[in-house]
Design a protein around this ligand. Structure first.
Ligand code: FAD
Length: 288
């Protein structure tokens, strides 16, 4: 099995301690030579400045290609495009373009009166305003707001037609879920790469709650396996085994690039990548 290409997602730190954790995470994962890393944009647009600071810091201090997440939430079109232009001026031309989650307490997305009403509008505006590499979200398990499984595929097609270059999926637990979605996308004429999003399971209870919120189906066998592992204190071993097996199936099935949701904790992602044959590249300078 060939080693896959990888990329890593981080979130922006909100405290000094969290900044150190992000720094350590980047340092631990950079030697795996990711194709790119990305930094999220807090739900409700809450981390506009922090996302920018984290993206700029990674761009300035490492040789990693860094993508900034950008959403349509709570900003005018001009404000959103100004953020993108600032990135471009700094040399950051990778954007993950999203509609975004609503702010805490709000149940659904309400566009700003002068803002982008959906992701397609944001993508078109980015395409027209600069030379960006645009990635978008995709949903192998149905997005909570989708009217059918096909609606997610059709909407992804519209996002690609609007100018997006690649899609990154929401996390899922079974390779079959991804393959079914990939096949449906191919049938719908989507030829852009679709990168499976992998969530290493740091804490099973939290992962289940998160999955329920974003529509990822939790298989019974996984729930039972974690119940047993928790009883025996083997959650970490199980998390590595489960993710490595999922990733191996994906790679065997033709997925050449995996995107890891690191949650700013490098340990599991690092061990899973190693198990997949993604090796550390160290230079003499690094070890001297
Ligand atoms: P879209 O793909 O635009 O919409 C999701 C689904 O809703 C579509 O598949 C479609 O079925 C339906 N839909 C939406 N609009 C329409 C329309 N106009 N017509 C028809 N159907 C429509 N959230 C954040 O706040 N910050 C982040 O940094 C962030 N990063 C993410 C990264 C990835 C890789 C993914 C997969 C998700 C991320 N999210 C983030 C979560 C994301 O914002 C939510 O899932 C949000 O609810 C949908 O955003 P989207 O751009 O994927 O939506």
């Amino acid at each position: 099995m060939p080693a896959p290409h990888v990329s890593f997602e981080f979130f922006p730190p909100r405290s000094v301690e969290a900044s150190f954790r992000l720094h350590e995470t980047v340092k631990a994962l950079a030697p795996l030579k990711p194709e790119f890393v990305s930094v999220t944009y807090g739900a409700g647009g809450t981390t506009r400045r922090l996302t920018h600071e984290a993206v700029s810091a990674i761009h300035r201090t490492t040789d990693l290609r860094v993508a900034a997440h950008l959403t349509c939430v709570d900003a005018t079109r001009d404000e959103t495009l100004e953020i993108a232009r600032t990135y471009a001026a700094e040399g950051v031309t990778d954007i993950v373009a999203l509609r975004g989650d609503p702010p805490k307490g709000a149940s659904r997305f309400e566009p700003h009166p002068e803002g982008f009403t959906d992701t397609c509008e944001l993508i078109s505006a980015l395409r027209d305003s600069g030379d960006f590499t645009i990635r978008v979200g995709a949903y192998p398990d149905r997005h909570p707001e989708a009217t059918s499984d096909l609606a997610d595929v059709e909407w992804l097609k519209r996002k690609i037609d609007a100018g997006a270059h690649e899609a990154i999926t929401q996390f899922f637990f079974e390779a079959e879920t991804f393959f079914r979605f990939r096949d449906a996308c191919e049938k719908a004429g989507i030829d852009a790469p679709i990168l499976p999003g992998i969530l290493p399971i740091e804490h099973w209870g939290n992962t289940k709650r998160f999955a329920q919120r974003c529509g990822a189906k939790v298989p019974d066998w996984l729930d039972e396996a974690f119940a047993l592992a928790e009883r025996d204190g083997r959650e970490e071993l199980l998390a590595i085994a489960v993710a490595t097996e999922l990733c191996s199936e994906l790679v065997e099935g033709g997925a050449g690039h995996l995107h890891f949701y690191t949650l700013n904790k490098p340990h599991l992602t690092h061990d899973i990548c190693h198990a997949l044959g993604v090796v550390q590249h160290a230079s003499l300078q690094d070890v001297a």
